[in-house]
Design a protein around this ligand. Structure first.
Ligand SMILES: Nc1ncnc2c1ncn2[C@@H]1O[C@H](COP(=O)(O)OP(=O)(O)OP(=O)(O)O)[C@@H](O)[C@H]1O
Length: 233
């Protein structure tokens, strides 16, 4: 077990508006962690600070990230209809060793594994621009996973998926997380699967962060009990 993220008295504010006031927690490489919180709670702010810490390699900040390879899948984005790459080439972009115009044998294998893992084989050579919203989302995730990250951050990856496909995605991510011993941070508003399938929750509320076992998710953090979310889904 290896520590990937160590947060020690982190504070985030925009001007006078405090978003997170004194946050500390540690996360290791054997966890699927769901980040929960209402709109504006600070989920994106926290994830952005983690990404910046991972990139800066600064040793004295409130957030320390021990990950050589970080992959981030932002919220659903659409590619223009004229985006030229096939799904396979798009996924290969994630693993390309810059400097070499071709992929090594093992990189090709990582691309092929990701295509298979996320059920994209049948459409792998079609333009990604032609894929459905759910297929595109799986391709974005496959691209990130093919990089073989130590830390994978997913921002609402199931927003274009129905509940059946969400559960399939949870299972696929769970499997890759365990096989490759990575830390997965998954921002989600849908908590229906959290108790059964995640390891931990990070619940942002009242400018604080609660870290706990997913199976002990507090009722107040559980969107299936919140009217506003039931309304949306
Ligand atoms: N650049 C900025 N300048 C000022 N305020 C900001 C900025 N970015 C975010 N905020 C504010 O900080 C708060 C937290 O935003 P953040 O995007 O982190 O929340 P979130 O939990 O990710 O929300 P959502 O679920 O809606 O994506 C919000 O009130 C937002 O308006």
């Amino acid at each position: 077990m290896k520590t990937i993220i160590q947060v020690d008295h982190f504070r985030a504010a925009f001007g006078k508006k405090v978003i997170l006031k004194d946050v500390s927690f540690t996360l290791t490489n054997d966890q699927l962690v769901v980040i929960l919180g209402e709109n504006g709670a600070g989920k994106t702010t926290l994830v952005t600070a983690i990404l910046n810490a991972a990139l800066s390699q600064e040793k004295t900040g409130a957030i320390q990230v021990q990950a050589e390879n970080v992959a981030y899948v932002p919220q659903f984005r659409d590619l223009g209809a004229d985006y030229p790459l096939s799904i396979r080439s798009f996924i290969a972009l994630g693993v390309r060793n810059y400097g070499l115009p071709w992929l090594s044998k093992s990189e090709k294998q990582h691309v092929a594994d990701a295509i298979q893992r996320f059920d994209l084989e049948a459409i792998a050579d079609q333009p990604i621009a032609m894929a459905s919203g759910g297929q595109k989302q799986r391709a974005y995730i496959a691209q990130a996973v093919a990089k073989q990250p130590d830390l994978l951050i997913l921002d609402e990856p199931s927003s274009a998926l129905d509940s059946e496909h969400t559960l399939a995605l949870v299972k696929q991510i769970r499997q890759v997380q365990q096989e490759q011993k990575m830390l997965v941070l998954w921002i989600s508003h849908d908590t229906s699967w959290v108790k059964g399938k995640a390891d931990r929750y990070l619940w942002l509320h009242n400018q604080e962060v609660d870290l706990g076992l997913a199976k002990e998710l507090p009722v107040a953090a559980d969107s299936t009990h919140r009217e506003e979310v039931n309304h949306v889904f």
